[in-house]
Design a protein around this ligand. Structure first.
Ligand SMILES: *[C@@H]1O[C@H](CO)[C@@H](O)[C@H](O)[C@H]1NC(C)=O
Ligand SMILES: *[C@@H]1O[C@H](CO)[C@@H](O)[C@H](O)[C@H]1NC(C)=O
Ligand SMILES: *[C@@H]1O[C@H](CO)[C@@H](O)[C@H](O)[C@H]1NC(C)=O
Ligand SMILES: *[C@@H]1O[C@H](CO)[C@@H](O)[C@H](O)[C@H]1NC(C)=O
Length: 708
């Protein structure tokens, strides 16, 4: 695009006019009007005044003052097609000023360039102020580009001398200049002993500063030296925590704390201020808690945490178990009001009541007339009327009034009760009845009339099936005490009644002998009346004499011979016991049977036998005595034999003859009849023989009992 299009359009009116006037002279594209103007360059002198330039004509420019050629572009434009100028846009560029430098304590606000026509600004560091113009320009003077003036200077901002104060001084007294940043410190004069000291009121140090960056000012007014006293601090319902002082001066700080249940309503610390007042004003200790919640009878305070009760605190009272404030209400809340009093506290908790237990066919037991109602914990015994019982057959039930106002167990019902048969014990009577009606559970004790004894258990109870268990007893006749004996006693001592079959045993005092049966029985002779069997024994001193049997021995060997003692006797060899071998000591101190004696053994004449013929026949023979004999047989005799009487009284060998047979004996009897012996005499002889045989038999028996 042609670079000069814009310039051409700007001069359209002139060009149009020119075109109209030259149209007849030149071709349409063969001329340009005046070349464009540039801020940095101007047409050479020779083109001035020319208004029409031919096609392909060239114009040259020169730089305006303050500008110089741009070596990269040409310095001319050419009139080209379309009546336009072609060439560079800018032919010259501005010249540069030198770096201006910076002031001490200040600086250059850096521009993009230091070229002709531009300006640079200066500023001072904090605490310094600018003297001169803050801005300089790059200008052309006498054809040379240069800064239009000198750079400004920065000088320190000064303060006026610090103010003097009464009763004090500052430490800058010797100085004259107080520049930005300088500080001075004030102190108060000391006072003589006894005088009140000065307090430095305000900041001790001030420093030089500025608000407009031009003029210096002191940071604060100078402090004052004043005598400042604050009143003794005291706070009602509180105490001073900080150290006590006799006097409080400016700057002293006091700290307070409040008593229990009081709270500070503002800062806990106050400082003695310049005007002699506490700042902030001394706090107040204000009540901040209700008092202890009152105790309530039979109630506890639930969830009581801590002992501070700020406004709005809610305390809950809970009644003890089985108690309530009013029916159904066992809790009560109180609240701490803004005036630190409690809302209404409850009256005490009352015991919960149980209803009157109305029992059909039953009643409570042992309830005093004055009892109007039943309360929690009351224990009530209820019973059924006669002939009635509770289920389970119990007559009495204990009810307890529970914490919820009901009876435990629930009030039971009375049902008609079964009964046991009335006991009808002959010779007996009831001595105890737990109940009079023989209903289930009735306990009876039975006793027999005098002279009778109770058989079975004396206590019985009516069972649920209406029978007595254990079974009813019966009364049986008894014996009275057995007879007493002197010097002895019986085993039933102390008892009065002795039932049938009872055995008592008597015993004697030591050394005495019990004479008679030691035991007696309670027995009956007629099946109706009872009596003791037999007589009671006696206790007596019984001593039998020592039994003496000559040529004899006694067994067992013993030395005392009380009643009943039994001794046995035997004889030395060659002697035979005459009498009983055993004797017993009797109650009359005699031996019975009488003591035997030991007699020399003798042999009785040998038993008479048919056919046996003995020489020297005697009734008795001594031991060792020999006897000669022989046997007759059919008229002639056998040779004679001898037999000896032995120490045991028998004949050895026994003298016998061979016996004939029975038939022979009978025949011999016939012979006797044929002997011509009168019959009466024969009878007597036979009687004698029979007697003799009986004697022999008796003797044999006696011997058998004595030695057997
Ligand atoms: C210099 O100061 C003038 C006037 O205060 C301002 O207009 C100009 O922008 C400043 N130049 C620079 C480079 O700060
Ligand atoms: C503290 O309480 C006192 C007495 O009630 C009252 O005069 C004072 O203004 C209270 N101060 C504040 C900070 O509430
Ligand atoms: C009997 O004879 C025997 C022997 O000859 C003799 O030991 C004994 O002592 C005699 N007895 C009597 C009682 O003579
Ligand atoms: C008697 O003594 C003799 C001899 O000494 C003897 O054989 C006989 O058995 C005794 N008889 C009795 C009954 O002891």
């Amino acid at each position: 695009m042609p670079a000069l299009e814009l310039g051409r359009q700007r001069d359209r009116a002139a060009i149009l006019g020119l075109f109209v006037t030259t149209a007849l002279v030149v071709a349409v594209d063969s001329a340009c009007d005046a070349p464009p103007r540039f801020p940095s360059a101007e047409l050479q002198e020779r083109y001035k005044g020319t208004t029409i330039f031919a096609y392909k004509s060239i114009v040259q420019y020169v730089c305006r003052p303050g500008y110089t050629r741009d070596v990269n572009v040409g310095d001319s434009l050419t009139c080209g097609r379309g009546n336009k100028w072609y060439g560079p846009e800018e032919i010259c560029i501005p010249k540069q000023c030198t770096y201006p430098g910076e002031p001490a304590n200040g600086r250059l606000i850096l521009p993009e360039k230091f070229s002709f026509g531009s300006a640079v600004n200066f500023t001072c560091n904090t605490g310094y102020r600018l003297v001169g113009n803050p801005q300089i320009w790059c200008v052309v003077k006498n054809g040379v580009v240069m800064w239009d003036r000198d750079i400004p200077i920065c000088e320190a901002i000064p303060c006026s001398p610090p103010p003097e104060i009464a009763n004090g001084q500052h430490n800058g007294a010797g100085k004259e200049l107080f520049e930005y940043g300088a500080s001075v410190t004030y102190t108060c004069n000391t006072v003589k002993r006894g005088e009140k000291p000065f307090s430095l009121v305000g900041d001790a140090s001030i420093f030089c500063t500025t608000t407009d960056n031009v003029n210096g000012v002191w940071s604060k007014p100078a402090p004052k030296c004043k005598v400042v006293n604050c009143e003794q601090p005291s706070v009602e319902n509180g105490q001073l925590l900080s150290r006590y002082r006799a006097e409080y001066v400016y700057g002293d700080t006091v700290v307070f704390d409040c008593n229990f249940r009081y709270t500070l309503n503002s800062s806990d610390a106050s400082t003695c201020s310049e005007n002699g007042l506490w700042d902030p004003p001394l706090p107040h200790c204000l009540l901040s808690s209700c008092g202890d919640p009152p105790d309530v009878h039979n109630a506890v305070k639930a969830k009581l945490a801590g002992n501070l009760f700020p406004v709005g605190t809610v305390i809950t009272y809970e009644c003890w178990e089985g108690h309530q404030f009013s029916p159904g209400e066992d809790t009560w809340h109180i609240t701490c009001l803004p005036d630190f009093t409690w809302t209404e506290t409850p009256h005490s908790c009352e015991r919960i009541r149980c209803p009157d237990p109305a029992i059909r066919n039953g009643k409570p037991l042992g309830v005093p007339e004055s009892q109007e109602h039943y309360e929690y914990g009351d224990i009530l015994e209820v019973t059924c009327n006669d002939g009635y019982a509770f289920k389970g057959r119990s007559r009495n039930v204990m009810l307890q009034c529970t914490s919820d106002g009901s009876w435990n167990p629930a009030v039971p019902e009375c049902f008609p009760e079964p009964r046991c048969p009335r006991p009808d014990t002959a010779h007996g009577k009831e001595v105890y009845q737990s109940k009079k009606d023989y209903t289930v559970g009735t306990q009876l004790r039975l006793e027999c009339d005098t002279g009778y004894v109770l058989r079975g258990q004396d206590m019985t109870e009516c069972q649920a099936d209406a029978t007595w268990a254990p079974p009813l007893p019966f009364c049986d006749k008894v014996c009275g005490p057995p007879p007493q004996i002197s010097n002895g006693q019986h085993s039933g001592l102390g008892k009065e009644q002795f039932s049938y079959g009872t055995e008592v045993t008597y015993s004697c005092a030591e050394g005495l002998s019990l004479i008679g049966d030691a035991t007696m029985y309670c027995t009956s002779d007629d099946g109706v009346n009872l009596a003791w069997s037999g007589r009671a024994p006696e206790c007596r001193v019984v001593r039998c004499p020592r039994p003496m049997v000559e040529r004899g021995r006694m067994t067992p060997q013993r030395f005392t011979f009380p009643y009943g003692a039994v001794v046995r006797f035997s004889c030395d060899e060659g002697f035979a016991l005459h009498g009983d071998a055993e004797s017993r000591c009797l109650a009359d101190s005699t031996w019975h049977p009488p003591l035997p004696s030991c007699q020399p053994v003798q042999c009785f004449q040998p038993s008479r036998q048919e056919d046996l013929v003995i020489y020297r026949l005697k009734l008795w023979y001594n031991v060792n005595e020999t006897l000669g004999y022989f046997c007759k047989r059919d008229g002639h005799q056998t040779s004679s034999s001898e037999t000896t009487c032995s120490v045991n009284g028998t004949w050895v060998p026994p003298p016998t003859c061979k016996k004939r047979d029975t038939c022979e004996k009978i025949l011999r009897n016939r012979e006797a009849f044929q002997c011509g012996i009168p019959l009466a005499e024969l009878k007597t002889l036979l009687e004698v023989q029979k007697l003799y045989l009986e004697i022999q038999k008796l003797e044999k028996e006696l011997r058998t009992t004595a030695y057997g």
